[in-house]
Design a protein around this ligand. Sequence first.
Ligand code: NAD
Length: 729
Amino acid sequence: MENFKIEVDADGIALVTFDVPGRSMNTITSKVMEEIPLLVERIKTDAAIKGAVITSGKATGFCAGADLGDLGGAQSAAPVSEEAALKAGFDRSWRLQGSLRALETCGKPVAAAINGLALGGGLEITLACHYRVVGDNPKIQLGLPETKVGLFPGAGGTQRLPRLIGVQAALMQISEGKSWRPQDAKGAGVVHEVVPAGQEVEAAKAWVKTGKAVQPWDEKSFKLPGGGPYHPAGIQVFIMGNALLRKQSYGNYPALTNMLKAVYEGVQVPMDAALRIETRYFVKTLMTPQAKAMIRSLFLSKQELDKGAVRPAGVPKSEAKKVTVLGAGMMGAGIAYVQAMAGIETVLIDTTQEAADKGKEYAKGLIAKRVSRGQMTQEKADATLALITPTTDYAHVKGSDLVIEAVFENRDIKAEVTKKAEAQLAEDAVFGSNTSTLPISGLAEASVRPENFIGIHFFSPVDKMMLVEIIMGEKTGEVALAKAIDYVTKIKKTPIVVNDSRGFYTSRCFSTYLTEGMAMLKEGYAPAMIDNVGRMTGMPRGPLEMHDDVALDLSYKIGQQTAKDLGDKYVPNPGEDIVARMVSELGRYGRKNKKGFYDYPESGPKSLWAGLSDLAPVTVSESTPELVEELKTRLLYRQAVEAARCWEEGVIDDPREADVGAILGWGFAPWSGGPVTLIDQVGAAKFVETCDRLASQYGERFKVPQLLRDMAANGESFYGRFSAKAKAA
Ligand code: NAD
């Protein structure tokens, strides 16, 4: 076996070391799948083996789960189709499930010595062991994150976890896809023992010597912790669980509903039957358009973009070692933090030493939190923080490979700092602006090297948001683009590349969600209904809530600037007069001054601002399912039409970037796989037909671009016509 090494010691304990050759991390590849049954058979039938300990040979972790991107054993650079990934997902889960059942019933005690992260199928392997020991390292995560890509654990996870820790805890953990740190896992009852890192194998072997080779659920006396559906407390859990899942997902995620059904039905029968139930619901889930969409965007496409799929080929790989950040405000401070965490020497410049120091203090706070949670040693924290030099002196810029500009959103100030920084920079250094609204080609006019000038647009809060939107100015060169992508992947974020346009791609499409919410307010819909429907579409919050978060004064300012720039061509958005009055007459700027569509009291939850009904009287009192459906369609389709327009205008040209950018950048309904997948799954013809109706009823903003009409006429899809494979052909 090439993935498992077996060494039998004098006590007859087989130490099984899981170590996938040529990979930095163990994943369940097709070859691993072939070998697991052989491994189980050997443990079961080799008379010299009295028991076994399974551990990992990787410093990076125990196992990160199934690798749906690896088909046929080789890690190929070619994109994998979602059909193939789905088939692999089914094959692996189903076969792994069978092998793991054979392992836990092999008649010999088996312990897992978990010396690194164990996620998804990786954790499921350990759950099928009779005993679990984990190293006391707070960096280790143990979890079942499958629901994040539209699936659920299909190799016994939905059956073993509730039997171990009770239905309620298991449902919460699986539905949220969260992970435990070792001590929490012990507290929850997922692992039996936490030992000092490095002593996992020793402790596991000690258990195997006397351990019982039977899982608790295979004992006659087994009782489900907390009780099952026919127990008074247990039934409450399912009733509440059902309601909670509904509230969380609004029925948009069949994986969650199916997972709940698998648990409900599975915990009432013995394990073998329970596993068959799990498989039945797993297959049902795999067949849903949501699973297909989410696997493609959130797993395959994201992985491809993370590996630099859109990086210009032929430009040698670069590594940013020293990077200057101009402006130590909210964004600059966050950028300095993520850079230092990636080991990049960082110069943080502001107009006063005090402001620069404040930026570094922000990073210090985030790092201290990591130390207090045990995720970082004090020594490492000190070394990381020492990478940031706060200063007002541009002489420190010298030697930087890259500059990220995050000063005030003002053309003149940006031009001034560009000149000052470039005076210190080497010819080949790249200058990236984090502007959120100013066109890159215009800002590049201040640069003496416009081919090295690029947009590098982060999202707030920088440490949490995984997307970076890279914007090509008219004169930006391929080398600058390659360097920007190398930088983004080094700080472990996902890059998408777009062309210059007002609001670029993400802000432009996202703003349509807010403006459609405003149109509804203007039409007389109740604000609470508008936000509820927004959440029902799968967006993280309603359009009015999100408008408050973005800041109403910013929205007002951008609207005014756009009107000024476009002159006669400017088409006002319905309801923008409401925002104008709230900002200019009433000083309601949104969450930032605790006054927007909602009031934000010091303590207690937010509540709708009573005065809103004077500005926008509620005239629609009915709320039929058809009406809710219509509003949901408007909110999602309005964004998708804008994405299609961006496509026609050349702002974006890769379906993966359009979809991943939408989900990671502005939280576009993840179940849909993104706006482009949404159009593809609805079908261009049907989408166009609906938009034509919406345009005639609500206005030109729903008018589809010619590209979509052509696609509809030719029966084409975005992924069919524009995918990397289609382009290469
Ligand atoms: P901010 O006001 O919090 O910070 C700006 C910082 O720049 C301040 O500390 C200020 O003192 C400093 N500054 C001003 N003039 C300077 C100069 N001449 N030299 C050096 N430093 C100077 O603003 P922010 O929210 O961090 O935004 C910064 C940039 O990032 C803007 O272009 C903004 O559009 C963009 N952006 C903001 C967000 C967001 O959510 N806030 C998101 C993406 C992009």
